[in-house]
Design a binder for this molecule. Structure first.
Ligand code: FES
Length: 129
């Protein structure tokens, strides 16, 4: 039988054990809140934006290991990206950057993509001219 560890890539395990960018940004320009009604996991993602570019991103996730690893990776991926570029970041890209996820855990990466989109949405709404 496959052990728990062999189902996950080393990168997933590394981001799960040492998640990057955990916390909140008190003066965030955009905040995204999402949840998965099936598993009950929730994710909050904060972004800081300057001149249309994401300069910082942090997260708080109450959820499974894959949700924590994907939150960690998505915050790393979007830092330095323009809003338009960040909107193109898909859950698949996040999962690929983690060296893949077991099929049953792909929905966790969807939560990370949705949290990012929700934070960008919040930023765009607040900055409507
Ligand atoms: Fe809920 Fe992973 S099991 S996000």
């Amino acid at each position: 039988m496959e052990s728990f560890h062999t189902q996950y890539s080393e990168t997933v395990m590394e981001h799960f054990k040492n998640p990057r960018n955990v916390g909140e940004i008190l003066d965030a320009d955009g905040i995204g809140n999402v949840g998965n009604p099936v598993c009950g996991d929730i994710m909050r993602l904060y972004i800081k934006v300057k001149d249309n570019r994401i300069t910082d991103a942090k997260f708080k996730t109450f959820g499974c290991g894959a949700a924590i690893a994907t939150s960690s990776m998505v915050t790393e991926i979007v830092k330095g990206k323009t809003i338009e570029e960040a909107l193109q970041v898909s859950n698949r890209a996040v999962a690929e950057a983690l060296g893949g996820l077991p099929k049953v855990k792909m929905h966790c990466s969807v939560l990370a993509e949705e949290a990012l989109k929700s934070a960008i949405d919040d930023y765009l709404k607040k900055n409507k001219k």
